[in-house]
Design a protein around this ligand. Structure first.
Ligand SMILES: N[C@@H](CCC(=O)N[C@@H](CS)C(=O)NCC(=O)O)C(=O)O
Length: 263
């Protein structure tokens, strides 16, 4: 199996966590998103939107991180990550489906803060424009322009915080009386959202949950303590990048906190 992915991409992280939990062998094809490698013509034959991850297993080409994670779980009986009762499976599918919206929200927060600052530091306006122009979907292009222009004042950020509030409300309701999101056992529901909550943590935005949602932090730390987290996320983020993320996020937090208070 070949995974086209990026070390820092949240949806790639979900897939790598699943691969690690299942102890499956895979070949890595790393794409540098900042350089725009996801828009290479060859890669776009596999993934026409020009995004990661893509899994190629023989003649099967899979996109969408939640779909890939579920596929990987079904490849072997080792460490099953899906519950068996129909009601628990439905709950798990809800988390896997919601992850698409949650991903879009995390993308808004990340590009309004860290990625915006990185682009301003590393690229000329012409280079940024040229990279955005390569996204085939006009909605993705206009969203990206808005986030780079307006930062945390972009309406996409308020929308993202609304989605995240719903996520924390529902996670919290479960985690107040359980260690994991579905059927009291670690599995795909947790994997569906861990990379997103971890990204907020890495952006110094844990204030979103520490006061309002005390059940989130123990769940996050329990995920971060798993060997799969270390292999799939922790070890792949260089310390300079991790520090910059904390720094840029903490500068954005006062403004985000004000918007959050009104959500
Ligand atoms: N819903 C898709 C989202 C895919 C996606 O947007 N991937 C991001 C990385 S997490 C990407 O490749 N972005 C390219 C870019 O922003 O330049 C999934 O979960 O697989």
């Amino acid at each position: 199996m070949k995974l086209y992915h990026n070390n820092n991409s949240v949806c790639s992280q979900k897939v790598r966590v699943t691969l690690a939990e299942k102890e499956l062998a895979w070949e890595s094809v790393h794409l540098d998103l900042a350089k725009g490698e996801q828009s290479n013509a060859e890669y776009m034959k596999l993934n026409p939107e020009g995004v990661v991850p893509t899994l190629v297993d023989g003649d099967i080409v899979l996109r969408e991180s939640s779909v890939i994670a579920e596929y990987l779980d079904q490849l072997s009986d080792y460490n099953p990550l899906a519950p068996t009762a129909p009601k628990d499976q439905a709950a798990m599918h809800l988390w896997l489906t919601r992850a698409i919206d949650i991903h879009a929200a995390i993308n808004s927060v990340t590009f309004a803060t860290l990625m915006r600052q990185n682009q301003l530091r590393d690229s000329t306006p012409e280079q940024v424009k040229a990279r955005i122009a390569k996204f085939p979907n006009p909605q993705i292009r206009s969203k990206r322009i808005d986030l780079y222009t307006n930062g945390v004042n972009s309406p996409y950020v308020a929308g993202a915080l609304f989605t995240l509030k719903r996520m924390f409300d529902d996670m919290s309701a479960i985690l107040e009386s359980a260690d994991w999101l579905t059927a009291g056992q670690y599995g795909l529901s947790d994997i569906a959202v861990i990379a997103y909550v971890d990204r907020l943590d890495r952006l110094s935005l844990s204030g979103l949950w520490t006061e309002r949602y005390p059940a989130i932090d123990p769940w996050l730390r329990a995920n971060q303590a798993r060997p799969s987290y270390k292999t799939a996320i922790g070890d792949l983020i260089p310390s300079a990048a991790a520090e910059r993320s904390l720094q840029v996020g903490s500068e954005a937090w006062p403004e985000i906190k004000t918007i959050w208070a009104g959500i």
